[in-house]
Write a protein that binds this ligand. Structure first.
Ligand SMILES: NC(=O)c1ccc[n+]([C@@H]2O[C@H](COP(=O)([O-])OP(=O)(O)OC[C@H]3O[C@@H](n4cnc5c(N)ncnc54)[C@H](OP(=O)(O)O)[C@@H]3O)[C@@H](O)[C@H]2O)c1
Length: 270
């Protein structure tokens, strides 16, 4: 991996992408941009070139990441149009369809991604889809980069609204669940820090266990069976949960967020 990479808009997600690449020992040059360039000092210390000049950053790179907020994407594309022609461009912006990018810069090859904020700890799930000009060599490069921040999977663009609502917004839902577990611990007398730490580690460990089950083709429900002794302790908790609306509440959350994504997406025009 020796392509030089520009990350335009190195805020939360863009900054984390730069950090993941640098921590992973990426060999090419990495340039990070934002207007408040003084906020990029930490990335500079880690080895990135920092600048306010998006055009120069794009011109000097083979792969360009666009990580600005959705409403800024159109202006950035117009600003760096010449510099990204013929290049691989990866956007992290939610809701914006590939057709929008292509309509502004038809000669660039675009990859639309949906990472999540766990990119900050190199544990993101990133879904991506590509326009028809993206080559298999391009995909290989993109996957190597995205896998340095967690794991990635190619999906059809028609799934991007749903994946945005599920794994893109997912850290927010799980924070609510972890916080609720932490309060539950407080209710039964645990010290705050112990309660939060044990809740977060339990969610992390369960996530890893589910991934392991996926590999071994065991069913998710087996985790419940392994923890639930007849007449025992866990079944008391499960009984309360099943009587609540926890399942439908989560389903409704993802459904509402998906609907919102579709509504915003349909508003994107050149
Ligand atoms: N946060 C998430 O969990 C998440 C998850 C998945 C996808 N996304 C997507 O990722 C994108 C970025 O989100 P974010 O949360 O990282 O936002 P963010 O922290 O606000 O980062 C955006 C950055 O863009 C910079 N910027 C704005 N205008 C610019 C310009 N003209 N030239 C160069 N840099 C410019 C801003 O810095 P200055 O003001 O200093 O220029 C800011 O640091 C969004 O499109 C979002 O949909 C976010």
């Amino acid at each position: 991996m020796k392509d030089d990479i520009a990350v335009i808009g190195a805020g939360v997600i863009g900054g984390a992408i730069v950090k993941s690449l640098l921590k992973g020992g990426y060999k090419g040059k990495i340039t990070a941009t934002r207007r408040k360039v003084e906020k990029l000092k930490e990335l500079e210390e880690l080895g990135a070139v920092i600048t306010r000049d998006n055009r120069k950053a794009a011109e000097q790179s083979n792969i360009v990441f666009i990580c600005v907020k959705q409403n800024d994407v159109g202006n950035i594309l117009k600003e760096v149009k010449k510099e990204i022609e013929g290049k691989l461009v990866v956007s992290t912006a939610a809701t914006i369809p590939l057709e929008f990018y292509k309509s502004i810069v038809p000669k660039a090859r675009f990859v639309r991604t949906m990472p999540n904020v766990a990119v900050l700890v190199q544990e993101a799930f990133t879904a991506y889809c590509c326009d028809s000009d993206v080559t298999s060599e391009d995909k290989g490069k993109v996957e190597k980069i995205l896998n340095s921040m967690g794991i990635c999977q190619e999906v059809e663009q028609k799934y991007m609204d749903a994946i945005t609502a599920l794994s893109g917004s997912g850290p927010a839902y799980l924070s609510v669940i972890i916080e609720s577990m932490m309060y539950a611990g407080l209710k039964v007398g645990l010290p705050r820090e112990l309660s939060l730490y044990s809740s977060a580690q339990t969610v992390l460990g369960t996530g890893k266990l589910v991934l392991h089950f996926l590999e071994t083709k065991e069913h998710l429900a087996e985790i419940k069976d392994m923890v639930t002794t007849p007449g025992g302790i866990t079944i008391e908790g499960i009984y309360e949960l099943e009587g609540s609306e926890i399942r439908t509440a989560l389903m409704r959350a993802v459904e509402r967020a998906t609907e919102k994504c579709s509504k915003i997406r349909l508003g994107w025009k050149k």
